[in-house]
Design a protein around this ligand. Structure first.
Ligand code: AMP
Length: 453
């Protein structure tokens, strides 16, 4: 029998909302997860964005929440925790679409938005709340919300939450939850530490696994070009000029690096936006909006801002710098070749990055085809060097690394962080706990942990 949304057991209002989407049939994760979730089972999902996992957890949850009960003031019935603002806002939009024909209300709380508005939304009581952990805790601490009435908890992109140092925030949140609840735990990767963490939250979960880590890579045509670090801007400019691009994502290691690439492209007449944690919320939304709409089809991003973003029609991913955690490469190139489309990923590899490249090739179990540098690279590099693009605005001058925690130290290598640095990603020497989260325990002023993403 063909699996359809009807045969999965979803109710009429949800089916009606799905009819407005052009989904012809459930994706594998939806087919596997929805029937058990409708029965109230816990779930451990190993899946990346792009697999349809949002609908996999949202559709049955909306169904289960749609009964007569309304949320009490300052409570929520379902909480979805996401690592980044962009992902939280994307999930909330999906929830609103899927709950269109139900009486359920959906709210978001994340850094960079009005606390006053958050408090107003929560005062009414919320059916589906999508939040990043730092802002959520701020609101709980202010008495704007209690989690004691929670029925469903979803933890999305758990591995990225760990990378971002949200572990303490999650521990605090979970301690506030009622024992009797349904918990869904999603992670793109499932290393031992994440599995152990999941074990603490879940009771007798069903386990669903789709598109294991390395397989995304198989759908993307990948190339690597060897060059000097100093030639990368010229390589990018020449490649962008010579290639037909629908939308291109360019990944850099640092926020400062992302801004520099954008400025240099502008100096060569190529419009691009940057998205990273130093940008204000409106700037981030505008950059993403212009990228989605194809208005500015080149987006230069750091890992933290870009992961989880679901934009269709990304034809190219450029690794301006290689990530030194191989998994991250798979996440990056997974932004293209979505929904059956073709995608091209081009990595720029300097001599210093050859070790990173070997690690990536080992993970994806394939050799990446070498694309020779284009003719005229040295001349273009000299031309760009002479251009002297506009200087960085004051706020951008300070070099701040924005990288997942496990990327911040190379094994055996010196820390890339300046000693005593006060950037929001600051690592302490006492076991890698973030300043934002230790602040409360050590008596220092606590800063919202959302500030760093
Ligand atoms: P997600 O993995 O939740 O980020 O979803 C990735 C994209 O797939 C989103 O744009 C969804 O709207 C879309 N999507 C989700 N379920 C389906 C489906 N069954 N058929 C087609 N597209 C879907």
């Amino acid at each position: 029998m063909t699996v359809t949304f009807q045969t999965l057991g979803l109710s009429q209002p949800v089916l009606q909302a799905l009819a407005l989407k052009d989904y012809t049939q459930p994706s594998p994760i939806q087919a596997q997860a929805i029937p058990s979730l409708l029965q109230g089972r816990d779930l451990l999902g190993i899946a990346q964005t792009g697999t349809g996992k949002t609908a996999a957890f949202m559709l049955p949850s909306i169904d289960r929440l749609s009964g007569a009960r309304r949320p009490q003031s300052r409570t929520c019935r379902m909480l979805v925790l996401a690592p980044t603002r962009e992902l939280a806002s994307q999930i909330a939009q999906s929830a609103r679409d899927y709950a269109k024909f139900t009486p359920l209300n959906v709210a978001t709380v994340f850094g960079g938005t009005s606390l006053h508005k958050n408090r107003q939304d929560l005062a009414r009581g919320v059916d589906v709340l999508v939040a990043t952990p730092g802002r959520l805790l701020d609101l709980i601490d202010q008495g704007a919300l209690t989690l004691s009435k929670l029925e469903i908890l979803v933890l999305d992109e758990a591995d990225q939450m760990m990378d971002l140092g949200f572990i303490h925030a999650l521990r605090r949140i979970v301690a506030m939850l009622p024992r009797e609840r349904q918990t869904l735990f999603f992670s793109a990767t499932m290393p031992k530490a994440i599995r152990e963490l999941a074990g603490k939250y879940l009771t007798d979960p069903i386990e669903v696994k789709v598109a294991p880590e390395a397989t995304t890579a198989e759908r993307v045509t990948q190339f690597v070009t060897f060059c000097n670090q100093g030639e990368k801007q010229a390589l990018l400019t020449l490649t962008l000029k010579a290639t037909t691009i629908d939308r291109a994502l360019v990944f850099t290691r640092t926020k400062h690096g992302a801004d520099r690439v954008v400025r240099q492209l502008a100096a060569s007449g190529i419009a691009a936006n940057a998205i990273h944690g130093n940008k204000s919320q409106p700037q981030r939304e505008r950059a993403l909006g212009e990228f989605r709409a194809g208005k500015v089809p080149i987006l230069v991003a750091t890992d933290i801002a870009a992961r989880g973003i679901d934009v269709s029609g990304v034809s190219h991913v450029f690794n301006f710098e290689l990530p030194n955690v191989p998994d991250q490469y798979v996440h990056r190139i997974g932004r293209t070749a979505r929904a059956g489309n073709d995608g091209v990923a081009i990595a720029f590899c300097s001599d210093e990055e050859r070790g990173d490249l070997r690690g990536i090739e080992k993970l994806i179990r394939q050799r990446i085809e070498v694309m020779p540098p284009p003719a005229g690279l040295a001349a273009e590099a000299a031309r760009i060097k002479a251009l002297r693009p506009a200087p960085a605005p004051a706020g951008e001058r300070q070099e701040r690394h924005e990288r997942p925690r496990h990327e911040q130290r190379r094994p055996g290598g010196p820390s890339r962080r300046k000693p005593g640095g006060s950037g929001p990603n600051h690592r302490t020497s006492n076991g890698g706990v973030r300043k934002g989260e230790v602040g409360r325990h050590s008596g220092r002023v606590r800063r919202s942990s959302d500030a760093r993403i």
